[in-house]
Design a protein around this ligand. Sequence first.
Ligand code: GLN
Length: 391
Amino acid sequence: MSSQRVPYLTAKLQGFGTTIFAEMSALAISTGSVNLGQGFPDTDGPREVLDAAKSAIDGGLNQYPPGPGIPVLRQAIAHHQRRFWGLDYDPDSEVLVTAGCTEAIAACMIALCDTGDEVVVLEPTYDSYQATIAMAGAVPKFVTLRPPLYELDLDALRRAITPKTRLMLINTPHNPTGKVLTRAELEGIARLANEHDLVVVADEVYEHLVFDGLEHVSIATLPGMRERTLVLSSGGKTFNTTGWKIGWICGPAALVTAARTAKQFLTYVSGGPFQAGIAVGLGLPDAYYEELASDLQTKRDRICAGLTEAGFEVYRPSGTYFVTVDIRPLRPDGDGMAFCRQLPELCGVVGIPNVVFYDNKAEGRHLVRFAFCKRHEVIDDAVARLKGLGR
Ligand code: GLN
């Protein structure tokens, strides 16, 4: 959030400015820096997935796909939910394809929140959460996760719930921290959701990017939760296709219908041929998913070691493709925003200042996020440049 007033923009969207990802990617291009800011992989995803989208174009899948998504993708999503998490969804009434998870989040907030409703979110908060809560006229209530382990404080969560709370918007594995919520933490959230009759919107886009043998738990699998949870995910992170913007929502028919009502007036539909590609990806064998996670785990280890050697305090992530560091050992004033703006000039690297993900700025001021979904040589190059900082 920036404090600069944007002319014409409504009061409720003042402060959102330009997303940090656009700002930092533009800075990376203009300075020729190594971009460890915006999270996108620098290698292509599986050949079969890319080929399936190309064949779909050649096969004439170029007009509006059906509103809820092409049937073969909805079936593949339902099958994926059963195969990996043991969740059963009817592909016709309980699965909705969206323009990436970002649209899914927006549709859920706009469809489910009335003006003044409160939404409980985990802080740091992925930037679109706050913006879409604002678009819905709702009010965010933050529960802060703190390093080094980013444990969820269930008492703080309980205190954040009021009679105005409409829903909880959670994210696991969590961007930007890389925290994977434990089963016990999710059980705590589920208990409160059941007790207060709340809907949970669970952003699980990093569901397959979990390390060290930890388990990803979908909150919809916990007692009483399937009926009150919308599970959101997308193909971008799992198949290295972040530009395709194919996401989805799974949940009980009544909640999915509500989300669809909003979604149809946001993009109507999107990405017909890409939907066909993602359907093929979701059917890839277990070995694909295992290799995806183990490859990223190797990269996680490589960047964590390098950042530690460069002098940062490193908070090793258990999931996602992001690592957060405390910059204060290298920059005692702890101004992460200034640091990220100067970093391209100082050493030719771009990162994301985590302060943008915080409402309570003091909590995130000194934290910076680096993306490690990059080739080994790119990680090594960035680390070598960062090591120059301390000299
Ligand atoms: N999810 C990506 C990240 O956190 C960015 C997506 C975007 O640019 N909106 O880096």
